[in-house]
Design a protein around this ligand. Sequence first.
Ligand SMILES: [Fe+2]
Length: 322
Amino acid sequence: MHAYRQSWEKDGFFLVPELLNETDLKEALAELAQLYPSGPEYAARKHHTHAGATTDSPQTPRTKNKLFMQNPEQFAGQIDFPWTGHALDRLTVHPRITDIAADLLDTTDLRLYQAQLWAKYTGATDYEQPLHLDYSSHTLLVPKKRARPQQVEMFLYLTDVTEGCAPTRLVSRSLTRDMSPVPYHVWRGTHPELYGAEVSLPGPAGSLLVYAPDIWHRAVDMTEPEGARIWMNLAYRTAGTDWLGLQSFPRIAMVPAWGRFVAARTPRELALFGFPPPGHDAYDEDVLEGMERRYPGLDTTPWRAALTSRNPSNSASAHVLP
Ligand SMILES: [Fe+2]
């Protein structure tokens, strides 16, 4: 049994410190630096932009004590998959990550349903949130709490997360099992015992925070001077659970980075995004030819092999009329 299993069953969350090491992340972090400024870079830019203005100027509104949905600035640092089509995007199918999802959901037939980068910077806005569940945007139902979940949420830390960089606060399921999931947020005034029981899980870049959909949690404000926290939100679900989701991959399939990403993938990796497996009825000779043209470089050998074994009459020679 994996070491994290006990925390998963009892608390509903755990951290795997440095699941990915510096070498694993090197290329991805170089790409990340092209997408986001570092903490000091952000601070210098902000200082320059607002020289002469106070931090409470209209250009930098700080919304206090509002429900997080009312403060869209909290989400300003989000960038949806795909990003580069290379190393960063490959982290979404990294076997050390998907193996954990498969283990927790007890299936190898997984779907990725959320892949977003998120950056927070000290002073950018007030990141404080009430304790909440994520189901409002992850499922049409409400999460199960007494049975194995069919979805799992993860934060892959891409910068070192110290206490000053606002690691997510979480509350053990052992304290919340009898709570109704509705409404999906609770306030300190009515639930002080839950706020008092919060824990945080700081860790170096490459660490993976994993939590179940019934776990109450929240973001807090960044306090580290010139601090930045950048991570990848990854969420996986069991195949066949159409009521769970967040992003639609067909919708972004015209983006060049998607094409680069797909062209270098295996059928097993592509299944995470909803590609049916080789041998599925969705494929025929025309579709495979189109896929080769749409994704130059994609090795369609496994699909072609399955097509031939499914229906030998599909082989090229079978189409030659007598
Ligand atoms: Fe959340």
